[in-house]
Design a protein around this ligand. Structure first.
Ligand SMILES: NC(=O)c1ccc[n+]([C@@H]2O[C@H](COP(=O)([O-])OP(=O)(O)OC[C@H]3O[C@@H](n4cnc5c(N)ncnc54)[C@H](OP(=O)(O)O)[C@@H]3O)[C@@H](O)[C@H]2O)c1
Length: 226
């Protein structure tokens, strides 16, 4: 029987890439979007969980809010939105669904985090802080779930050619960023999807608790001006 995957954020550009690759890989996918599961609303999360009777082999968390504002300009609702979408709702979903995940059968949780889960960026206080939180969750869950055979990892994409990247970086700043990427281009969603496919496979059976960077080499030195 095909392995069943829950893909939270299937309509994001990276989510679409992951969905295509998983389909080709023979997985059975249940995807959610902000219309079917609004992560900013506790009612929506509770209603989704009360209706969800499936056992997922793997869960992939792709959705995120990115509010590019400086710390002192943030409003109280910005904090709530970022924490609810990027972290709290995912944790609530996991607390219910993990109980139903098969044990010792190469189950896997994959979180799409960010380079800004381990560094900061001007004007990205909430995005970066919430992604740091997610990475902490990933490591702690990997420790707690390892004995059940459930692996937990995160993928930190570099600059991927998506709506989020184009909305939050001017054309000029993207040109400067590309100059710093050793591979010489923005990433594309398939670059991330390929690693998701690997992490779900039995080839990754001994990989857990890791943040895997897919960034065309930018963090290998691309931040430096030469
Ligand atoms: N693009 C990059 O360069 C890059 C780099 C590092 C990390 N990432 C990460 O990759 C993931 C996907 O990003 P993307 O670039 O593909 O961006 P995107 O297309 O803008 O996707 C954003 C996603 O968040 C979902 N979302 C927003 N508010 C939501 C809510 N209230 N409830 C449920 N879902 C909500 C959107 O759902 P709907 O479409 O259904 O509204 C969409 O799936 C994010 O976690 C992002 O942090 C991206």
């Amino acid at each position: 029987m095909a392995k069943r995957v829950l893909l939270i954020g299937e309509k994001s550009d990276i989510g679409k890439g992951i969905k295509n690759s998983l389909k080709k890989g023979g997985y059975s996918i249940d995807g959610t979007s902000s219309k079917t599961l609004d992560l900013s609303s506790r009612e929506s999360v509770d209603s989704f969980l009360s209706k969800s009777d499936k056992k997922y082999d793997s869960i992939i968390f792709v959705a995120a809010s990115n509010i590019p504002k400086n710390f002192m300009k943030l409003k109280s609702q910005d904090f709530d939105e970022s924490i609810d979408i990027n972290f709290k709702s995912f944790v609530l979903i996991l607390r219910t669904l993990i109980k139903k995940m098969p044990k010792n059968s190469n189950s896997s949780i994959v979180i799409i985090s960010s380079l800004f889960a381990s560094s900061g960026r001007n004007g990205r206080f909430l995005y970066s802080s919430s992604k740091h939180f997610l990475n902490g969750a990933m490591k702690n869950l990997a420790i707690e779930l390892g004995s059940s055979g459930i692996r937990v990892n995160s993928i930190a994409p570099g600059f991927i050619d998506t709506k989020m990247t184009r909305n939050n970086n001017s054309k000029d700043s993207l040109k400067k960023i590309i100059k710093k990427i050793p591979i010489g281009r923005l990433g594309n969603p398939k670059d991330i999807a390929n690693l998701v496919l690997f992490l779900l496979s039995s080839k990754a059976a001994y990989i857990t608790g890791q943040e895997l960077i897919v960034d065309g080499g930018i963090t290998a030195g691309g931040f430096w001006e030469d």
